[in-house]
Ligand binder design. Structure first.
Ligand SMILES: [Zn+2]
Ligand SMILES: [Zn+2]
Length: 213
């Protein structure tokens, strides 16, 4: 499996491009507001994106989604509990910057709603959707074989913040206990920010996960 990534925008948000191999249909996980860089990454491996999976509705993960969908024809997927974020990019930008910066932050015109526990077959890959509320109500992680795309739920050595509107620490820890900690030790975790890690390493040394399982 090919997994390519890049950290983009001022928030250094990771976008991931996943495909069985170069030259094939692909999935994109998260679209920071730098669609040109995402499209370059796709072109570098001669990929054809057919799906854009959004872990959650924060602007640093979705701001490039409309442009990426328009330019590739990929279908966007997001959990409906994050619609209050996904569909309101300008409100989010104003809350962040006190103004609306230049650029096209429009969401895709159309979304497929993600459903907890569903299996999707996209670009020749099997993906399991894990709804992991806490950082936001509609946050989802995506499991592909032994790779977990964890968005802003789980980071190397840390967890997502829950002090933004819709955040809920109790829900985050319960999502972690019920859906993430039971995953196999050797599962590689690809977070929305920062370096990749493994479930074993996080179970052992992430201070926020101690005493959870
Ligand atoms: Zn976030
Ligand atoms: Zn983020």
């Amino acid at each position: 499996m090919l997994i390519a990534s890049e950290s983009l925008w001022y928030a250094q948000t990771n976008t991931y491009v996943i495909a069985p191999e170069a030259g094939r249909p692909a999935i994109i996980v998260d679209a920071p507001p730098d669609p040109e860089a995402i499209l370059e990454l796709v072109a570098r491996y001669d990929l054809t994106p057919t799906a854009l999976l959004l872990t959650h509705g924060h602007i640093d993960h979705t701001g490039g989604a409309g442009t990426v969908v328009d330019r590739t024809g990929a279908m966007a997927y997001v959990h409906p509990d994050d619609d209050y974020l996904t569909l309101n990019p300008l409100e989010q930008l104003r809350a962040l910057f006190g103004m609306t910066p230049e650029g096209d932050f429009a969401p895709p015109r159309q979304f497929e709603p993600l459903v907890d526990g569903e299996s999707l077959r996209l670009a020749g890959l099997d993906i399991e959707v894990l709804h992991t509320p806490g950082h936001t109500p509609g946050h989802c992680c995506f499991l592909l074989q032994n790779s977990l795309f964890s968005g802003d739920h789980l980071f190397a050595g840390s967890i997502g913040r829950t002090d933004l509107p819709g955040g809920d620490m109790e829900a985050l820890l319960e999502s972690m206990r019920a859906k993430i900690l039971p995953l196999a030790d050797e599962t590689t975790v690809y977070p929305g920010h920062g370096p990749s890690t493994t479930i074993a390493a996080e179970r052992r040394s992430n201070p926020f996960l101690q005493g959870l399982s």
